[in-house]
Design a protein around this ligand. Structure first.
Ligand code: GLN
Length: 197
């Protein structure tokens, strides 16, 4: 395993500090990642929530977009939350003009899928891979997974059936923000993926 189990959190924009805090609380050696050298030293990466169009611009400006794409295709475990999920999706709907993604996850996501009337909301989700109790999920201008390709698997759905968490090999994505609720099961699940990779 590269990086002796160190876990990176992409620290270009968004709520990377909260993810670092949760990972450290779980005993992980979590570090902010802004540069290609830092990316090369980690054995897993969280891409946080924020604003995907800004994350996209900054990752290109900082020379991180190509190293990130290469890391994803070489099998680095990557967990994208909200804007991070948008970044790793193969296809984005309702992106801004010129917005690019890293890709890798065989899904179509729609940005800001809940519209201005329901910008933010919270709900409990049954997530079989995490067991009971249900996960309390916080959605903030969240994307939804509109379709799950053959390579990916849905892990969680809203009551109306829309998919909000997915997994594909070393990739994990959630529309919502587990770093905000004190429920650490998604981060633990991701750390297990890193340990197994
Ligand atoms: N709406 C944001 C975007 O398009 C995502 C919001 C979030 O990460 N909480 O990137």
């Amino acid at each position: 395993m590269a990086g002796n189990g160190r876990v990176g959190v992409l620290a270009l924009q968004g709520d990377f500090r909260e993810h670092i805090a949760v990972l450290r609380q779980l005993g992980a050696d979590a570090v902010p990642v802004k540069r290609p050298e830092e990316l090369a030293s980690v054995s897993g990466l969280v891409i946080p929530g924020g604003e995907s169009s800004v994350l996209d611009k900054l990752s290109r400006l900082f020379g991180m977009a190509d190293p990130l794409k290469a890391a994803i295709s070489s099998g680095l475990p990557v967990y994208g939350t909200c804007a991070g999920l948008i970044m790793i999706a193969d296809t984005i709907l309702d992106s801004i003009d010129g917005q690019q993604n890293l890709g890798g996850l065989d899904v179509v996501v729609r940005r800001n899928a809940f519209g201005s009337q329901r910008d933010s909301f919270e709900t409990d989700l049954d997530i079989p891979v995490l067991g009971q109790p249900p996960v309390h999920a916080v959605f903030i201008r969240a994307p939804v997974v509109e379709s799950v390709g053959q390579k990916a698997t849905a892990l969680a759905r809203l009551a109306d059936g829309r998919v909000v968490a997915v997994e594909q090999g070393n990739l994990l994505g959630t529309s919502f923000h587990p770093e905000m609720t004190g429920d650490t099961r998604f981060h633990e699940y991701f750390l297990k993926k890193i340990a197994a990779s």
